[in-house]
Design a protein around this ligand. Structure first.
Ligand code: ADP
Length: 499
């Protein structure tokens, strides 16, 4: 030990120590208290000198303290600070403090003193720190989620609320508000439903959960906000005594919901309009041809009657044509409506070859234009199961489009192929309709199956859309070969009649 240290007195060190220290005699009476201890306990040195240490201990721990003091005095030895060496001490204001304590015997001229060194217990500091962190986290989470907190005390009929809620309610300072005042800001139309939700949660038979959405009107600026409240009723001896919960401003969410609903309604009405327009177009598509034919036959009859030159059989044939076309229009409409209403599809076993011939006949008789059919129909092709009229309609439509596309050609070839195809493991009947016309503009190719897509001045653009729907309703597929040359090449399949 160097000489400078040797000169240091006990009281210099005692006064300078950062830890709180008390020196007590063997009767437990305080001899001297250092400044740190005075600060921690809130007493002056003079107030404590002569007082027993026991008087500083919380009364309920005094007995326990006496026991340890006796133990120490009987066998004085150093006892370091450690978990378990903690005492609850009262400061001058009577506030309890958990302290870590160490005890050291000090002997001076045969007299035993006890040096008590103490500090605010680490355990308490840790707990306080953890609490502070957790409160801070809660505050940040609450802030991030935009949550307000309320605590409705049923007995006192008041509501404790935080800053966030006060802001929404347009109130400034008070931490509490009377329940009546709280409810006054709620939109009158929403009060009843909210009250019912509270009453339901207050029922001891329920799980106490409270959920409600209501509007509040800020009295300061008259602004209306939507609030979503979520909480729980707490019961005491079976009686509801408070409702604690959180609120969130959901006004923006509500606005978006409303906008979405409006958009949905709008889409629905557009969809309905489209369905109506499509139905009307499909009907127009079906009626166009027979009406044109009826008009042509009628003109023939009128002309003949006007000129007085026509024979009876000539007139009869024209009128029969009218009747036949009118009946065809009726049949088409009937089938179309059944199809649109998704009525049950009536199918039968049919020969594809026969259907191809029937369709060609319709095209000949209706006089769509010149063409040279090239038929490559597979012999002994098994029968298919389909709705005959619908498949005929598809073929007529494909033939008619092809003939129209070849109108300006010298050799308008319409090639029709039927064959058996195996897709995967399944065998299907395939029909190919290829013309020698100009084919498709590659940019428009993707769109030809879209409803209303047409490049013709008087076209409706429903033929291919309806044809595809009809083939699919019959269990097949309709597509276009994008690499075909020359002209356009359509394929469709149909299932065979199960054997
Ligand atoms: P529409 O005949 O009323 O126009 P479609 O749906 O039957 O309606 O046909 C849609 C469009 O597809 C036609 O306007 C035409 O541009 C094109 N198209 C259909 N078939 C052929 C074809 N064989 N050759 C060239 N273009 C075709």
């Amino acid at each position: 030990m160097n000489s400078a240290v040797r000169g240091l007195t006990f009281s210099t060190v005692f006064e300078a120590a950062a830890d709180a220290m008390i020196l007590a005699d063997d009767a437990g009476r305080i001899a001297v208290v250092n400044p740190t201890a005075q600060r921690l306990l809130g007493y002056t040195g003079g107030e404590l000198e002569g007082v027993t240490v026991e008087m500083l201990i919380a009364p309920r721990y005094r007995k326990q303290y006496r026991y340890y003091q006796d133990l120490f005095l009987r066998r004085p030895a150093k006892r370091a600070m450690s978990a378990g060496n903690e005492l609850i001490v009262l400061n001058r204001d009577g506030k309890e403090m958990l302290l870590d304590i160490s005890l050291s015997p000090v002997k001076k001229k045969q007299q035993l003193f006890v040096l008590i060194i103490f500090n605010a217990a680490r355990r308490r500091l840790d707990t306080e720190e953890a609490l502070r962190i957790s409160e801070e986290r809660l505050r940040l989470a609450k802030q991030a989620a935009g949550l307000g907190i309320f605590d409705y005390d049923f007995k006192r009929n008041i509501v404790f609320w935080d800053k966030q809620m006060r802001k929404l309610w347009g109130k400034n300072s008070e931490n509490t508000v009377s329940y009546e005042e709280f409810v006054a800001a709620i939109h009158p139309e929403d009060r009843e439903a909210r009250q019912l939700a509270i009453e339901k949660a207050m029922d001891p038979a329920s799980n106490g959960e409270f959920k409600a959405q209501y509007r509040i009107i800020n009295p300061q600026n008259g602004m209306e906000r939507w609030i979503s409240a979520h909480g729980r009723v707490y019961f005491e001896s079976g009686h509801p005594h408070r409702l604690i919960g959180v609120t969130r401003d959901v006004t923006e969410q509500k606005k978006i919901q409303k906008k979405l609903q409006l958009q949905r309604d709008e889409t629905e009405s557009i969809l309905k309009q489209q369905v109506a327009a499509r139905t009307a177009s499909a009907i127009a598509h079906e009626l166009n041809q027979p009406l044109a034919a009826i008009s042509a036959y009628s003109e023939v009859v009128l002309h003949a009657l006007g000129s007085g030159s026509s024979s009876y059989s000539h007139l009869k044939r024209a009128l029969e044509g009218c009747v036949e076309q009118a009946q065809r229009a009726g049949r088409s409409l009937h089938e179309l409506l059944a199809f649109l209403q998704k009525g049950e599809l009536v199918t039968e076993r049919s020969s594809l070859t026969e259907i191809v011939y029937e369709a060609l006949n319709v095209v000949y008789n209706d006089g769509y234009g010149r063409f040279r059919p090239v038929l490559l129909l597979q012999e002994n092709l098994p029968e298919v199961r389909c709705n005959r009229t619908q498949i005929q309609k598809v073929l007529v439509n494909l033939f008619r489009n092809a003939i129209e596309a070849m109108r300006n050609l010298d050799s308008p070839d319409l090639t029709i192929i039927t064959r058996l195809e195996t897709t995967g493991e399944v065998e299907v009947a395939e029909v190919i309709v290829q013309d020698s016309g100009p084919g498709f503009d590659p940019n428009l190719m993707k769109r030809i199956f879209e409803p209303f897509f047409t490049t013709k001045p008087t076209g409706i653009g429903m033929g291919l859309a309806i044809s595809r729907a009809l083939i699919e309703a019959n269990g097949g597929r309709l597509w276009i070969d994008t690499n075909a040359k020359p002209g356009a090449k359509f394929h469709f399949t149909l299932p065979f009649e199960p054997s």
